[in-house]
Design a protein around this ligand. Structure first.
Ligand SMILES: *Cc1c(COP(=O)(O)O)cnc(C)c1O
Length: 855
């Protein structure tokens, strides 16, 4: 029946229950348990079928709604929850107590994982974005989310009998989702459009989702105005390559800024001063803002200063394949369209992102380079990832040490109200009087071991029940009737290890299969059985990833172990919410340092599951010897196979000798006291650190507020500072070839210097056309190991001042700068003198990539 037209008829809600509509249309329900309980009370069955209030309201019999409408208790409950939602949306929260913070922030991402009911995500990046919006809402941050509405989301995964992944793309009907279309006052849907080559144009309507206080704008090209081929620009998330991907990113970046303008006008939102691009996909937003500023009378360079100042760029991957790159001819074709970005030339666009700037080919346009060129404020997503990113992008700041590359780090976090299981919340409420599990002293005696253990057992049992249901459903889809053994897979009392993540190869899904007999022994140990639950999707084009899933699936189907290891198809938020809490151990074994942060282990940790992980991403900075286990990385292994072997064996050792013995070491009541001591300690110490509130507050303090300061400073007085900064940069760049440290004199030290001695330094610097105010002349000093050649470590610096006595006196045309360094540490010491551009509107000394070092 090919010609079937499908649409969603929204249920008619009886008037007394109108609060339900308001509650269903704001995604706050996805992290507000009392609202979830209200919907569940309407129909437990319909709730479990969809975890989606709108679907639930459409599925229940009208008679049931009529009955509830006549139930004063239910009506009152619904009204109270609606009133609570309204208060939540309007009352002052953390952010309202800040000074100097932006009036509004735009947050761009190619994917958003807010709830399974709005399937617009593929994995960690999207769920992080969803958690960012939710935490921003809880903290009262005036954030506007910007993304695309993909008609089929990512994809649904099923696994055929031979273990092969199959994808399906169910079409979503936005009318059946918690979205409303952005309308003009005349009732027509508002549109953004982009000029394309050959006189064509791409239009999109804008869906608005309410995520608590935050509005999320999602652009959708599936409208009649578009040519047939352009309607499918937003068909799937990460579905196409090349041109299709470029069209999506043009729409996200350029269209996204235009959609914000519309929402400001039509919804009364506050115009943002800070633009946060979550990964490189949305980098074109900066070009659109530059084009608008040129329209206001600025030159390209002046506009660039303003756009950069207000932009925060977060990079998310050290894996080169994870970075978006486009062939230059494609970029040339689109950006020579005159009306796409009025005032911005193709050469200007290319100058910001050709890979040749970091040693690559000039035939490739790199979205990470664009992100860094257009974002004065940039960060990685864990401390280790910050270091890796600084080293990776160092070629963009030639002459500087990796430590000085202006990319900081803010470690990801996860939204506790979304991810902490209701059993644990109830436990905290009962014993500590609060449901906020991130602020509880889990080591306190107020909570007995027996009670905590009972909760952990309950959570594991729920996971097992859910896993059995999923295994049976999977068999029903592919083969008719589920075999009897599927009813008994997994054991609610056995040590349960979870492993779920995208099928990217660096994540090494099949590392655990390295020594199959050893794994079999672990799983079938009669005294200390271990069971493993695995889930994950491979990208549709990634046959290698699918083969790994198949390998694991086939292993797990063997009759003697199929009750102990299962692969659950279609990993999504709903599965994740039941899976993490019921695991005792969360396993992560990426190839270090490819995992930028990783967040699944954080969600497990917040539920009392202990991490067993390679020291990569967040675990590298948070593992402390008591809160879980570190799988040692075999960094010195000869090749990949040897590395896998060493790391897999270390993993088995930890399970066999430490984890299983501790888990099964029980007291007379069957409680594993030592295990629980670790659980309590990890819950107490990690929960506040891993929460998205911590992460988002850090973004506000360390990136949003400075970005707002720089952007508003540059824009003041009709962009006076932007004009002078731009002129100053031009002058400095032009003069820099003449800048040099001519020579350096030192004195003040004895033959054998001692700690606390003072080293006097005088440097004669040629400044060319510049004045002393334009530069910072500094002594850079640190440890200098003879073996390390010119490398200094533990770098520090001290600015030198103009030596007024020596000024003009030397007659060589140089300027003398002088100062003192106190030798405050013993050991080998090295120093040099260098000159950097200085301007209070630079966010970092390396920003311009200019430096002159003593010869
Ligand atoms: C948290 C989460 C991820 C990301 O997990 P990583 O550890 O970062 O790989 C992916 N998918 C779902 C459904 C998640 O909930």
């Amino acid at each position: 029946m090919k010609a079937i037209r499908r649409f969603t008829v929204r249920a008619v809600i009886p008037e007394p229950l109108s609060a339900l509509e308001e509650l269903a249309l704001n995604l706050r329900w996805s992290w507000h348990r009392p609202t979830q309980r209200l919907f569940r009370a309407i129909s437990d069955e319909a709730w479990h079928a969809s975890h989606d209030p709108i679907q639930l309201l459409g599925a229940v019999e009208p008679a049931r709604l009529e009955a509830l409408a006549a139930d004063p208790g239910f009506v009152q409950q619904a009204n109270e929850l609606r009133d609570e939602l309204r208060r939540y949306i309007t009352e002052p929260r953390w952010y309202q107590g800040l000074e100097g913070a932006p009036a509004s922030v735009a947050y761009f991402s190619a994917e958003f994982g807010v709830a399974a009911a709005l399937p617009q995500y593929s994995g960690g990046l999207g769920i992080l974005a969803g958690d960012h919006l939710k935490a921003a809402s809880d903290l009262g941050i005036p954030l506007i989310g910007v993304g695309l509405f993909y008609r089929s989301g990512y994809f649904r995964q099923s696994i055929s009998g031979d273990g092969w992944q199959h994808e399906s793309y169910p079409v979503l009907d936005p009318d059946g989702l918690p979205l409303s279309v952005l309308r003009r006052p005349d009732g027509m849907a508002a549109r953004v459009s982009l000029a394309l080559p050959d006189g064509r144009s791409l239009s999109a309507r804008v869906w608005v989702a309410a995520v608590g206080r935050v509005k999320l704008l999602l652009l959708d090209t599936n409208i009649r105005e578009n040519d047939e081929d352009l309607r499918s620009v937003t068909d799937r998330l990460y579905g196409g390559g090349g041109e299709h991907r470029l069209l999506q990113e043009l729409l996200l970046g350029i269209g996204g800024v235009r959609a914000i303008d519309l929402a400001v006008e039509l919804l009364g939102l506050t115009p943002p001063t800070v633009f946060h691009t979550n990964e490189g996909h949305s980098g074109f937003q900066g070009l659109e803002r530059i084009s608008n500023l040129i329209g206001d009378g600025l030159s390209f360079d002046e506009a660039l200063q303003v756009a950069r100042a207000g932009t925060v760029f977060t990079t998310h991957t050290p894996v080169p394949a994870g970075i978006d790159r486009f062939e230059r001819p494609l970029i040339e074709r689109y950006f020579s369209t005159a009306d796409l970005l009025p005032g911005v030339t193709l050469d200007q666009v290319l100058s910001l992102a050709l890979e040749s700037q970091m040693g690559g080919p000039d035939s490739v346009f790199n979205m990470a380079v664009l992100g860094l060129r257009l974002g004065q404020h940039a960060n990685g997503v864990a401390k280790l990832h910050g270091r890796v990113s600084r080293a990776m992008f160092r070629p963009l700041w030639p002459g500087f040490d990796a430590d000085e590359v202006p990319i900081s780090s803010i470690t990801n976090g996860v939204h506790a109200p979304t991810w902490v299981d209701s059993t644990l919340v109830a436990l905290a409420e009962a014993h500590f009087g609060t449901g906020d599990t991130t602020r509880v002293d889990w080591e306190s005696e107020q909570l007995a071991d027996a009670a905590l253990w009972a909760a952990r057992n309950e959570m594991r049992a729920a996971t097992v029940t859910d896993a059995r249901r999923r295994v049976r459903a999977a068999h029903t889809v592919t083969g008719g009737i589920a075999p009897a053994w599927t009813e008994q897979v997994l054991d609610p009392g056995a040590l349960t290890i979870g492993f779920a993540r995208r099928g990217a190869s660096y994540k090494r899904l099949t590392l655990m299969l390295h020594d199959r007999e050893r794994l079999r022994g672990i799983l079938t140990d009669p005294e200390r059985p271990v069971q493993i639950i695995v889930a994950g999707k491979a990208h549709p084009a990634d046959d290698d990833g699918k083969r790994l899933i198949q390998e694991l699936y086939e292993f797990a189907e063997q009759p003697d172990i199929r009750g102990r290891i299962v692969f659950l198809p279609n990993y999504d938020i709903t599965m994740a919410q039941t899976l993490y809490p019921g695991t005792d151990v969360w396993l992560n074994n990426p190839l270090r340092p490819m995992e930028a942060c990783g967040t699944s282990g954080m969600k497990a940790a917040l539920n009392g599951s202990l991490n067993l992980s390679i020291l990569d991403g967040w675990w590298d900075e948070y593992y402390d010897g008591r809160n879980g286990w570190a799988i040692p990385s075999a960094d010195s292994a000869g090749d990949a196979a040897e590395r896998d072997a060493l790391e897999a064996n270390a993993l088995y050792d930890l399970i066999e000798h430490q984890i299983a013995p501790m888990f099964y070491d029980r007291d007379d009541d069957g409680v594993p006291a030592q295990w629980l001591a670790h659980v309590r300690y990890a819950l107490k110490t990690l929960s506040p650190e891993l929460s998205a509130d911590r992460m988002v507050m850090q973004y506000v303090d360390e990136l949003y507020t400075p970005a707002h300061h720089f952007a508003t400073t540059l824009a003041a007085d009709r962009f006076a500072a932007a004009r002078s900064l731009s002129a100053w940069k031009k002058k400095v760049v032009a003069a820099w070839p003449q800048v040099a440290v001519a020579h350096v004199e030192s004195g003040g030290l004895d033959a054998v210097p001692q700690v606390n001695d003072a080293l006097h330094v005088r440097a004669h610097v040629a400044l060319g056309e510049l004045t002393p105010d334009d530069v910072r002349v500094e002594v850079v000093y640190g440890h200098s190991e003879p073996a390390a050649g010119d490398e200094l470590t533990e770098l520090r610096s001290r600015e030198l001042a103009v030596d007024t006595d020596a000024a003009a006196a030397d007659g060589t045309g140089t300027t003398a700068f002088t100062g003192t360094v106190v030798l405050d540490r013993a050991g080998s010491f090295g120093y040099t003198v260098r000159v950097l551009p200085k301007n209070e509107l630079l966010a970092a000394p390396a920003e311009l990539g200019l430096v002159a070092v003593a010869g």
